[in-house]
Design a protein around this ligand. Structure first.
Ligand code: NDP
Ligand code: KPL
Length: 334
């Protein structure tokens, strides 16, 4: 099958390499030194899904019309990337693999003639150097759209992806996006401190910050009438307990995430942007929680403070120590 992957970074590079490995004709888009490296030496994948070098076509935009496409840029880049490829995406199934709440909705608006499907990647991948991507934790991908059963396009795309990496079509995708937003409460602290997700979750005081932001975010979801979707051992029932539990008990969820991540350091996708001197997706993660809280007429001070700290590191390029984070966040955690 001809498959296009738009934005061959950590996630797009993983998907493209694994689909190439099972025999699909894959074409990717990339830019700068990543594009040059893929053209020169292929797209190299290592880590948890094994090693593979995919010698695949690469350009700044798709040069041929695929039968199925994945959009795998960061949230802030997706609208421009979709617009640049809109002509070849029209009329096909387009799978938007993106954290946050906005990706699928935006794609649907930009591509009214396509079958847009959302996807949530629970595995972790790192962009190590131009042309080289590594999977640091293996896990499932969940595909769907809306709050009912998955549309046929999601079922079909999941079947194709599942031949290369574990993928499932799920009910209540909208609720699952919210559950993933809770999982992504881990992203900010690595971006603020420069530590891996495992180091953050292993530090008692940083874990308290993650737990507080997670609890606040779950309550925002309930204030917005969300029914959390079931992914990766988290569901509406568990998150309802987390929302109300004392912090010492709610930290069981971040600790579970740490165990699931295994021992290969996972910087998370947000720290990877900081390391490359790029703007992060934080406005679509903790920032989205703040926006949703505002819509519900409540406040989300912990998520607002965390969003501001990530923007501060984006601006200054200087990480904060765990002590500094503790000092800055302490008034909000009391
Ligand atoms: N990494 C992870 O472990 C996980 C990430 N996610 C989510 O997946 C999505 C992708 O993240 P990730 O793979 O980490 O991000 P990356 O930054 O590693 O990859 C995105 C790639 O898209 C490229 N890109 C952006 N705009 C364009 C464009 N217009 N044309 C061509 N290429 C473009 C970027 O190039 P450039 O570098 O030049 O900007 C980059 O190579 C995000 O929403 C993220 O939150 C979800 C689960 C896990
Ligand atoms: C699942 C997780 C936390 C993997 O790192 C992720 O979604 C991210 O890094 O953005």
């Amino acid at each position: 099958m001809r498959i296009g992957v738009i934005g061959a970074g950590a996630i797009g590079g993983t998907i493209a390499a694994l689909l190439d490995r099972v025999g699909h004709l894959v074409e990717v888009t990339a830019r700068g030194e990543q594009l040059a490296a893929i053209r020169d030496g292929g797209l190299r994948l290592d880590g948890g899904c094994g090693s593979h070098t995919a010698r695949i076509a690469a350009a700044e935009t798709l040069q041929t019309r695929p039968e199925l496409a994945f959009v795998t840029t960061k949230a802030q880049d997706a609208p421009a990337a979709i617009r640049a490829n809109a002509a070849v995406l029209d009329g096909i199934t387009v799978v938007v693999v993106q954290n946050g709440l906005a990706g699928l909705r935006e794609a649907e608006q930009l591509l009214p003639g396509s079958d847009c499907v959302g996807a949530l990647a629970l595995y972790a991948a790192s962009y190590l150097s131009p042309g080289l991507v590594s999977v640091t934790t293996t896990a499932n991908t969940y595909l769907g759209a809306g709050d009912g059963p998955p549309p046929q396009a999601a079922v079909d795309a999941a079947r194709i992806l599942d031949a290369a990496m574990p993928a499932f079509a799920i009910d209540n995708f909208t609720g699952a996006q919210w559950t993933k937003l809770m999982v992504n409460q881990i992203n900010a602290l690595p971006a603020i401190t420069g530590l891996s997700a495992q180091q953050v979750l292993g530090d008692r005081r940083l874990r308290a910050v993650v737990t507080a932001s997670l609890q606040e975010a779950t309550r925002v979801g309930y204030a917005r009438g969300v029914r959390y979707g079931s992914i990766q051992g988290l569901d509406d029932r568990i998150l309802r307990v987390v929302a109300r539990a004392p912090r010492w008990a709610a930290q069981a969820v971040p600790l579970l995430m740490k165990r699931r991540m295994g021992s290969t350091p996972n910087p998370g996708s947000t720290l990877q942007s900081i390391r490359r001197g790029q703007l992060t997706e934080i406005d679509y993660l903790n920032g989205a929680v703040v926006d949703e809280a505002r819509t519900a007429g409540i406040e989300a001070p912990v998520n607002a403070a965390i969003t501001a700290l990530v923007h501060e590191v984006e601006r200054t390029g200087t990480f904060l120590s765990p002590d500094q984070v503790h000092e800055r966040m302490r008034p909000l955690l009391a």
